[in-house]
Design a protein around this ligand. Structure first.
Ligand code: TYD
Length: 137
């Protein structure tokens, strides 16, 4: 099964421009209650970010401006996608290793998160991640 799961947001555009509304709920786009929102911007050239997985946290990443390349890895396979549209959300499940590369100068990456910030939820060592996720796969 692919690690790449997209949410397609409807663009509520009119002659003035575009608008996307992100809603949470059973029949809505985002499959968890949002406890935290953060955004990454002004990323320096050649910088890559991420290099971690989360034990519990689920996220949806939306590139609301510009673009960046996201790598997802479950310890067995790696897949990569470009985030380059404000109407596309990438669902990042728990226990998924992620890396972000090739940020454009104008990239603003919005992230919706299912939990508050908790450093103890991070797995920052790839070998440890592979060991932990090996049991699940
Ligand atoms: P980090 O998760 O390492 O960023 P990335 O995965 O994008 O490379 O976070 C960078 C710093 O910001 C780190 O010191 C923790 C802090 N931080 C918070 O305080 N709250 C948050 O919600 C996030 C995502 C990070």
């Amino acid at each position: 099964m692919s690690l790449v799961k997209w949410i397609d947001f409807q663009s509520l555009g009119d002659e003035r421009g575009s608008l996307v509304a992100v809603e949470v709920g059973m029949d809505k786009a985002v499959p968890f209650d949002i406890k935290r929102v953060y955004y990454i911007y002004h990323t320096e050239k050649k910088v890559s970010r991420g290099y971690h997985a989360h034990k519990k946290l689920k996220q949806v990443a939306i590139c609301v401006a510009g673009k960046c390349r996201m790598v997802l890895d479950d310890g067995k396979k790696r897949e990569e996608v470009w985030l380059d549209s404000p109407t596309k959300g990438l669902v990042i499940e728990d226990m998924t290793w992620r890396e972000m590369h090739d940020f454009s100068d104008d990239c603003v990456l919005l992230v919706l998160a299912s939990e508050h910030y908790d450093e103890s939820d991070y797995i920052r060592d790839y070998e440890e991640f592979k060991k932990l996720n090996g049991n699940k796969l």
